[in-house]
Design a binder for this molecule. Structure first.
Ligand code: ADP
Length: 490
């Protein structure tokens, strides 16, 4: 059922989404055709509410956000929203502030649009920067006051609408200029696309395109109650809706994407650091290992058993550190998508025999047995597949603390070879089986019985995946475990 629902959501979700937008569009259209004033007030009030919400959201999250782009935009939207509010109050027929004709709301509209267009144009400049909030706020307050003074009191703002005639050329040319400014904003945004979460970026662009639409439609109306005016307002409605989606909705529901985008960058730096640090550690450890082996050989020649044992201990500990570093380097590679396999043709059974012999040396209590053979010359990464097998055998040894048999079984089918590693140790609980392949995961029993990082199986799964194979497990608590992996034969 869950599967069916997710399938419908994935493939037919767009119908529901488009249905939602269409219904909203039709609803507004019906309102507009019955009562234009109600439509106008609704759309403009929606705009004002969105502007205020954006501001409140960005303002209240300013401390956790390292990126003041949205804060800048929110201050701009707040004041543009203020102008839209005044525009609504003086709109023809509203009569809340009487004594003005349709010119004043048009002037306020165009002033608000200029302010919005310029703000959007310069906003990318604030990406990743810290803002002098008070300065920006006061600057916008001054601009807002000047616009109000120029339209309401000084009355020196260019005439935008003449009753009975329609729009003035100032208004029409302005709409083109504003559209052009929106267009440049789109181009600039596309150039800094990487700085945004994908979805946020998409909504910002849609909002800008709708802004352009709304501008162009507003060059066409003759009456402030006609069809073009209505369509212009509809485009404006949706443009604000998408800004709201980009900043508030996504910011609240997916805060990681928006507020912590910087974390991704930090994560990348951490990966780079780990990669360099691992290499730096690896070099001295390799030397320690090499020298300890030379010492071991020399001591054993002179027959000094104690010193030979010391040198051997050093060599084993160096191995442990090297393993540890290798695991981290692998994780780092997987995470940055840089884990690659070096393909060559090799005798699979030979690799298995050699790996078993290497692992056998690590424990005297266990007996690693081989059953079956494949006779396959495999094309794959010999070292990496050896690493997977080693990990499974060593796990078998680690998680059978009392010793016993570890059985490696080989089987060849028509198109693949299946290798299994069976132990008779502590086993894994049923509900934990799917988790053991995740990074850093260790079962409670596993932690009690042996040391580990919980990385081996995660890396093994990635390596097998890169070979287009599969890895899985069967297990019963206290009875034992069988790990399987399959590899396709070319
Ligand atoms: P590590 O062994 O270093 O912890 P792995 O990724 O190899 O990391 O294994 C993850 C976890 O899966 C182990 O911590 C252990 O809890 C469990 N596990 C793996 N192999 C076995 C096994 N053969 N028997 C029982 N538990 C196992």
């Amino acid at each position: 059922m869950k599967l069916i629902l997710s399938f419908i959501k994935k493939h037919f979700g767009f119908i529901a989404v488009s249905g939602f937008y269409l219904t909203l569009f039709l609803l507004l259209y019906v309102i507009a055709s019955h009562n234009y004033l109600l439509f106008h007030v609704s759309v403009e009030m929606f705009t004002v509410i969105v502007a205020a919400s954006i501001f409140m959201f960005a303002w209240n999250t300013r401390k956790i956000s390292q990126n003041d782009y949205f804060l800048f935009l929110s201050i701009a939207y707040l004041f543009v929203g203020g102008i839209v509010f005044l525009h609504t109050l003086v709109y023809k027929g509203v009569n809340i502030i009487p004594g003005f004709n349709a010119n004043l709301p048009t002037q306020l509209w165009i002033a608000g649009r200029y302010l919005l267009a310029f703000s959007l144009l310069i906003s990318p400049f604030f990406i990743g920067k810290k803002l002098k909030k008070a300065v920006i706020f006061i600057l916008y307050l001054v601009i807002f006051t000047l616009i109000v003074a120029s339209t309401f009191y000084w009355k020196n703002f260019p005439i935008s609408y003449v009753e009975g005639v329609g729009l003035t050329s100032f208004k029409i040319v302005s709409e083109y200029i504003i559209s052009f400014l929106f267009l440049i904003s789109i181009v600039i945004l596309i150039r800094v696309k990487d700085k945004f979460d994908k979805e946020v970026f998409r909504y910002l662009i849609i909002s800008l395109i709708l802004n352009i639409f709304s501008e162009l439609l507003f060059t066409l109306y003759v009456s402030v109650y006609d069809l073009f005016n209505m369509l212009g307002h509809l485009a404006q409605f949706f443009s604000y809706y998408f800004i709201y989606k980009a900043i508030v909705a996504i910011g609240l529901t997916q805060p990681y994407n928006l507020l912590f985008l910087e974390l991704k960058e930090l994560g990348k730096r951490k990966d780079d650091f780990l990669s360099i640090a691992s290499h730096e550690f690896k070099t001295p450890v390799t030397s320690i290992k090499a020298y300890s082996q030379i010492l071991k050989q020399q001591f054993s020649k002179t027959g000094d058993i104690k010193k030979t044992d010391f040198a051997d201990q050093i060599s084993r500990q160096a191995d442990k550190i090297a393993d540890f570093i290798d695991n981290f380097m692998d994780i780092n590679k997987i995470e940055s998508g840089k884990l690659i396999i070096n393909l060559s043709e090799f005798d699979y059974d030979d690799l298995v025999l050699q790996t078993i012999s290497d692992c056998q040396h690590t424990s005297a209590k266990h007996k690693v047995l081989l059953r079956g053979k494949t006779g396959v010359i495999l094309k794959g990464d010999r070292n990496r597949i050896g690493q997977v097998l080693t990990n499974l055998i060593v796990n078998g040894i680690k998680y059978c603390p009392n010793g016993g048999k570890i059985i490696v079984n080989l089987r060849k089918d028509k198109h693949l070879i299946i290798t299994s590693v069976r132990d008779f140790g502590i086993g894994i609980e049923k509900n934990k089986k799917s988790q053991i392949f995740t990074k850093y995961y260790r079962t409670k029993e596993g932690e009690k019985n042996a040391q580990g990082l919980g990385l081996g199986l995660y890396i093994a799964r990635e390596i097998i995946k890169l070979h287009s194979g599969k890895i899985w497990v069967e297990s019963e608590k206290n009875k034992g475990t069988i790990f399987y992996f399959s590899l396709p034969i070319e």
